[in-house]
Design a protein around this ligand. Sequence first.
Ligand SMILES: NC(=O)c1ccc[n+]([C@@H]2O[C@H](COP(=O)([O-])OP(=O)(O)OC[C@H]3O[C@@H](n4cnc5c(N)ncnc54)[C@H](O)[C@@H]3O)[C@@H](O)[C@H]2O)c1
Length: 464
Amino acid sequence: MSGAPALRIAVVGAGYVGLVTAACLAELGHAVTAVDSDRARIAALGAGGMPFFEPGLQGLVAAHRMTERLRFTHRLDDAVRRAELVFIAVGTPTGGDGASDLRAVEAAVFAAAAAVQGPATLVLKSTVPVGTHERLRRALAERQPDGGAARLALVSNPEFLREGSAIGDFLRPDRIIVGADDEQDAALLLGVFAPLVEAGAQLLCMNPRSAELAKYASNGMLAARISFMNEMAQIADATGADIEAVRAGVGSDRRIGSDFLRAGIGYGGSCFPKDVRALAHLARQHGLEARMLDAVAATNERHKRLLFDKMASHYRGEAGLRGKRIALWGLAFKPGTDDLREAPSLVLLEQLAAAGAEVAAYDPVAVPVARRLLGERAGLCWCHSAADALAGADALAVVTEWQEFVSGDPAAVQAALADGVVFDGRNCLPCDTWRGRGLQVIQVGRPARDAQVFRAHLTASTMP
Ligand SMILES: NC(=O)c1ccc[n+]([C@@H]2O[C@H](COP(=O)([O-])OP(=O)(O)OC[C@H]3O[C@@H](n4cnc5c(N)ncnc54)[C@H](O)[C@@H]3O)[C@@H](O)[C@H]2O)c1
């Protein structure tokens, strides 16, 4: 893709970010070794398997195993020994008090620093709290007092890819953020990203602390937009407004924009929840309050429980759900992934089980992951298709807005459901059409029937 010489690159961590990074760097022409301490994962990758679902990734990995620009190992020393660039893409889950657990990052950085033989740049791709770069740089210097650390540059390069569109996001990013102490430290990395910048990506170079905070601030802002609209949805529910009309009214303001304004049953995934918590923790560490961030997280927790509340209210209390069979469409925290980390579906499954409801769950890709996570339980059956889940069900709950569900056949749903009621936690179903088939569709922040009446009235009154 560029005239720059190919580099020897190691990527530590072959998870969602690491594996995508490794495959995309190979696509850019570099010789990449991806290393993961999970031997089973490496064995599966070596055999052509995929540890998780990400559109297009299996093909890209296979293509670059063929070009021999991508290989896998579980031995970190083997991967980094001759590397010029080492990307650190290991997990940073929530630890105690909401803080980021940095043990994997520290272990990977120190092991890479000890194993690398020539001059190299270590690149922090994992999301880490402000000050981590500086602390690690100092620790590296202390561990290698003979000047060994001078061979090593440490650069921040937070990742912004989204699961479900990760390859496109990596190769065609809105922006690339590089946090470095000086230009020399960043030089190799900037060379790697040059083709992406030439293709239109914005490159933002800043000090490492700013790079670290920019990542958290982006996720905090996106999570805040979702929680804000979810709070508006509660107000809409209470006042009879329609959150979808409100969304159109708000999102058409160019100062606001229309992305990330969909109301629903809350965000999940591996990033927003933990990053909002980590940022709030960071604020408190610095003697600050984090009222907005705490409210964002609390609103989200509330919204994860909202669909159950709507179901209980429909069935005149939780007791009314006992013995009901609920078809559950969607398990992943969003479409395009099989990631279940902090997914709202998990909360709903627990609530329904506690209320004594039976659940028939289906997701286009996440059933195997859910099955591994939750196992076989009484009252929970894993289904092979959306239709399979509907068989014998009283009601349907839509939890993930997969296109397959959005374009589902309401006639088939109507014929299958004993109670004829659909709880749409993502406001993703074309509710007029579904209601037209005789189904009762209950959404988030939307009047049950008024919207339909209003639209009919509007059409009539604008007719010549
Ligand atoms: N998932 C996303 O959409 C996303 C997006 C942007 C940023 N991030 C950030 O990127 C980082 C990685 O996230 P992820 O979702 O890819 O995590 P993940 O849990 O999917 O993958 C992490 C991988 O690192 C491996 N690992 C841990 N310690 C290791 C070590 N010492 N040596 C080798 N391998 C090791 C684990 O076995 C695992 O396979 C996190 O900080 C996350 O916040 C994630």
